[in-house]
Design a protein around this ligand. Structure first.
Ligand code: COA
Ligand code: MG
Length: 319
């Protein structure tokens, strides 16, 4: 899968759909994606008014972020079904995707997609509404591979660490942190890896969940580094102060980006020569087709994040 054309989704800002003030503020922020939340950040009495507010704010448009998503309520509840119905009926084409929480089986996904198709057909819409799926329970994790391949509308898998910790019986009180007194490095490594693998096997983005301790920037950096290093595309943030930290960790460093561009150029240069070997030395290290692929991956992440190579390809080849 080539990633060159993917949009960057390094920071994904959660904005409570009941807060007009935060929605206005979010319009001006530089998160790669924002999502207006109708689920856990909205109290039960405010569910209907938040839905109306979100629909009216979506119709006004004017958001800085290139992606604006909406998280709906659980799809086994009437309120969640109404969320999707109203969004498609009253704000179609004003948002980029719908985030579905607490996904546990592929059948749920298929059912949601069928409902979307029926709704779109009934309204004469050609759009194929995209969906993002949150994996946040033991059952969801067990079924993640089948969930990831259940519907072609799916664009990303998102890890939900708070609900997941509760579902597993982990002793965690700050969302996104290791369990209290956890003696190891990372209690979520297996979960992150499984979600990432299911995502990549189906050409999807993989997004890490939030980190709730706003005063703990080193902690946010550490957690971001863990998922960014594995290959995740981005991480949810809950406050404007977390956006830049996360953006910077999910962007390859200038040094690594430049080196990737150089490896690709040297590889192409050498390939132009019919007699060249498949493997050769570059700055003392063996590079081959696998190295070129790794470099291309890093390079494309950098390009999507707005980095620019300092030379054009030919000049790298000569350098
Ligand atoms: N989106 C947009 N604006 C936000 C924001 C967010 N997620 N979080 C804070 N802000 C704004 C505040 O409104 C405030 O604006 P102002 O300077 O114009 O007054 C400014 O950023 C500073 O906020 P601050 O006073 O530090 O925090 P707060 O007490 O207003 O809010 C939270 C703290 C945690 C309640 C808030 O950040 C929040 O609700 N985050 C999202 C929670 C969520 O969606 N959870 C579910 C998904 S994980
Ligand atoms: Mg959740």
């Amino acid at each position: 899968m080539t990633r060159i054309n993917l949009l960057s989704k390094r920071s994904v800002l959660a904005v409570p759909g009941s807060s007009e003030k935060m929605i206005q503020k979010a319009r001006l922020l530089n998160a790669d994606e924002i999502f207006l939340d109708l689920e856990d950040s909205v109290s039960l009495p405010e569910k209907d008014s938040a839905r109306s507010l979100v629909i009216s704010e979506l119709n006004k448009g004017d958001f800085n972020s290139s992606s604006v998503a909406v998280r709906v309520n659980e799809q086994n509840q009437l309120i969640g079904i109404q969320d999707i119905k109203d969004l498609i009926t009253k704000a179609s084409s004003k948002f980029t995707s719908i985030i579905i929480p607490k996904v546990e089986t592929p059948e749920q996904v298929t059912e949601i997609c069928q409902r979307l198709t029926e709704l779109e057909l009934s309204l004469g819409l050609n759009d194929q509404t995209k969906i993002q799926l949150q994996i946040e329970s033991a059952r969801g994790l067990l079924n993640v591979a089948d969930i990831a391949s259940a519907c072609s509308r799916t664009i990303s898998l998102i890890f939900g660490p708070g609900d997941f910790a509760a579902s597993m019986g982990m002793q965690v009180l700050n969302i996104g942190e290791n369990p209290i007194n956890y003696p190891g490095e990372d209690a979520y490594h297996h979960v992150l890896y499984s979600i990432l693998t299911a995502a990549r096997a189906n050409g999807l983005l993989a997004i890490d969940g939030p980190f709730s301790d706003l005063g703990n920037e080193p902690g946010l950096k550490h957690r971001s580094q863990l998922s960014a290093s594995l290959g995740y595309d981005g991480k949810w943030v809950i406050h404007p102060s977390q956006i830049e930290v996360v953006n910077s960790i999910f962007t390859p460093s200038e040094e690594v980006f430049e080196k990737s561009a150089k490896i690709m150029a040297h590889f192409n240069h050498s390939n132009a020569n019919e007699k060249s070997a498949g493997a050769f030395l570059f700055e003392g290290k063996m590079i081959d087709e696998a190295t070129r692929k790794m470099a291309e991956m890093i390079y494309s992440k950098g390009i999507a994040a707005g980095l620019k190579p300092s030379m054009d390809g030919d000049d790298y080849g000569k350098a």
